[in-house]
Design a protein around this ligand. Structure first.
Ligand code: ADP
Ligand code: MG
Length: 606
């Protein structure tokens, strides 16, 4: 199977392997060259580079996929260094320098490989516990929490004098990290990071990075996905820490604090934190910059010119590098695409679209019901005991003046907002208290009044998020086929490999519907799907929506201001005014209802 077909059928694992191999091969060449051609000094630089690479790729697993900058990951590196040293140092030395270590650790004398594996598992478990609260946070709150983690772990390492020698240097660690060991782990890290990025949880987390509410509404358990990335990245940091400890032989808590955090983040940010390619590229570049600056910092002659000794030149240089990249290229030097994605995307589009899979039609039983639903915003009554029922195969219009509560009703039914009163039920099950992702997986899809796509993901990926979240374990291949079917149905197949944020407006609206439909919902709530469309576009949309109902049997609740569309499309119309249902019935009945004419249509006609 060609690489192109791999892309088309959504076989992410294959692409991930090719992508990771493409990054690992140059590392192998560089290491071989260093071992054969250069001296010990170059070899040391390369080992440090490889360890940094593991750490940067490790931070990237969390920060790149979730979009949350972590200042705390170096703490896991510190834990990895200390824990692994306890396991590998000779018992005779430990009895002198660390006499209070617990018995089984005091007696242990493992090889570096065993110790590294154990430490990766232990640190992953610690990260799991720490991550439970942190994964609930997003944006800067989460970033601050990770900073707290760094400070706390640093304090704990200094405080646990009996086991760590406090702020004094910790010495006697066997210097077992060779170039080949560092290289092997760097390859493992690159592979693990790339596989995670392209896994279903990785894709879902990247979707949440782009738009958390939209991701939840597509069935993504965002907290769980953040936690998974956090744990995987912590394990990689522990490996980096173990290798660093066994490279240096001697270290102190300072080694795992702000200076290194800053350098590693600089590598990640400069290269581009959303890709493994960016992490690798940034590590190469910043390592070179640091090496040059370090030489200049020490004074001496550079190109025949006498240089003074300048302290802090490295930090200033890194800061400038970050500023320059942020100013010129926000996504980092390597951008948002992995190197192989960039290559393939340029060639994509020429291939014919595969057929895709049509999921089974919705069974015409049950209903989605809002019973006496209320919603208050600090005293403002946005919804006042609203009743609404939607059956599979039915198209219901929801209209009303601006601010009458239409969007709020959709938000409370889909779990984006908690109702203040009343109940919402799907097929008889009370879902009022359920989180949005669970409601989505239970068969309720939605779109948003202000388009909320996963802007930096491709059109295909947007739809795949919905397709793969519907049932845990739906499988990549099946999910990709369903996504393809939905792209075909909504006329988006030709744009499948385009970045979603670059689509024209009308296509973005259709993509939102395709994404929600890929979730294979029984009920679909559409918030002003025709807003901003011209008459031709909205006619096409009308045909698509009518088609969704007749072919898929899904129930549609459509909010729109385009009364022409609503009147032609809907079987039944519900009219809201000031949070209350003021009329309900067939389009013709509603149109002639006096309260409606007064509240809504009347004003419009003037
Ligand atoms: P519609 O979609 O019918 O135009 P909305 O549901 O958006 O109306 O809004 C209904 C009312 O609730 C409005 O008065 C609006 O200002 C208010 N509202 C909506 N969302 C919020 C919110 N998150 N916080 C406070 N007030 C809100
Ligand atoms: Mg609205």
């Amino acid at each position: 199977m060609s690489v192109g077909l791999g892309l088309q059928s959504g076989m992410r694992e294959v692409r991930a392997l090719i992508g990771a191999a493409g990054l690992a091969m140059p590392l192998l060449f560089a290491a071989s060259a260093a071992a054969l051609l250069f001296g010990a000094a170059e070899e040391r630089i390369l080992i440090v580079f490889l360890i940094n690479l593991i750490a940067v790729v490790g931070i990237g697993v969390y920060t790149g996929n979730s979009g949350i900058l972590s200042f705390g990951h170096v703490a896991f590196m510190g834990l990895g260094a200390y824990f692994s040293a306890w396991l590998t140092m000779p018992p005779s030395l430990k009895s002198v320098t660390l006499p209070n270590l617990p018995g089984f650790i005091a007696a242990a004398q493992m090889d570096l490989f065993t110790a590294t594996i154990i430490v990766a598992v232990v640190v992953a478990l610690i990260a799991l516990v720490i991550g439970l609260p942190i994964a609930r946070l997003n944006g800067s709150a989460a970033a601050i929490a990770t900073l707290g983690l760094l400070v706390i772990v640093h304090g704990v390492i200094i405080g646990a004098k009996d086991f760590t020698r406090g702020s004094q240097s910790f010495f006697g660690v066997p210097r077992d990290t060779t170039l080949w060991i560092a290289l092997a782990w760097a390859m493992v890290a690159v592979l693990a990071a790339r596989l995670f990025r392209d896994s279903v949880p990785g894709l879902q987390l990247r979707a949440a990075r782009e738009d958390e509410l939209a991701a939840r509404s597509m069935g993504v358990d965002v907290v769980n996905r953040r936690l998974a990335a956090w744990v995987v990245s912590a394990a990689l940091m522990a490996v980096a820490g173990a290798l660093l400890g066994h490279f240096l032989g001697t270290f102190s808590p300072k080694k795992f604090y702000f200076v290194d955090t800053f350098a590693l983040l600089a590598m990640l940010i400069v290269g581009g934190m959303t890709t493994v390619s960016g992490a690798v590229g940034g590590t190469v570049l910043i390592t070179l910059v640091i090496e040059v600056l370090r030489r200049m910092e020490g004074g001496g002659t550079v190109l025949g010119v006498e240089m003074p000794t300048v302290f802090g030149m490295t930090q200033v240089g890194l800061s400038l590098a970050i500023l320059l990249v942020m100013y010129k290229r926000r996504a980092g030097l390597l951008g948002m695409l992995e190197w192989d994605e960039g290559l393939l995307r340029r060639r994509a589009g020429s291939a014919a679209s595969p057929a895709g899979e049509e999921p089974p039609a919705v069974e015409p039983t049950g209903s989605l019901e809002a019973r006496s639903v209320s919603k208050n915003f600090d005293g403002l009554i946005a919804l006042d005991k609203v009743d609404l029922e939607l059956k599979p195969g039915e198209i219901v219009g929801l209209i009303g003046p601006n601010g009458s509560g239409k969007t709020t009703l959709l938000n409370t039914m889909s779990g984006a907002l908690a109702a203040s009163g009343g109940t919402v039920a799907i097929d008889g099950r009370d879902i009022t208290q359920w989180p949005a992702h669970r409601i989505a997986r239970h068969g309720l899809g939605r779109t948003f009044q202000n388009i909320r796509l996963f802007g930096e993901l491709t059109v295909r990926e947007n739809v795949e998020v919905g397709a793969m979240a519907r049932w845990p374990g739906v499988g990549q291949r099946r999910g990709a086929a369903v996504a393809q079917g939905m792209l075909n149905a909504m006329g988006l197949a030709a744009e499948a490999d385009r970045v979603a944020g670059t689509l024209p407006y009308g296509a973005q609206r259709r993509l939102e519907i395709a994404r929600a439909m890929a979730l294979q919902p029984r009920y679909l709530l559409l918030d002003e799907p025709a807003a901003g469309m011209n008459p031709a576009e909205s006619d096409a949309l009308l045909a698509d929506l009518a088609d969704l109902r007749s072919r898929r049997g899904v129930g549609l609740l459509v909010v729109d201001h385009d009364l022409r569309l609503i009147m032609r499309l809907c079987d039944r119309i519900v009219v809201l005014n000031k949070g209350q249902v003021i009329a309900e019935g067939s389009p013709s009945a509603v149109q002639s209802h006096p309260a409606v004419i007064e509240a809504y249509l009347g004003r419009k006609r003037q």
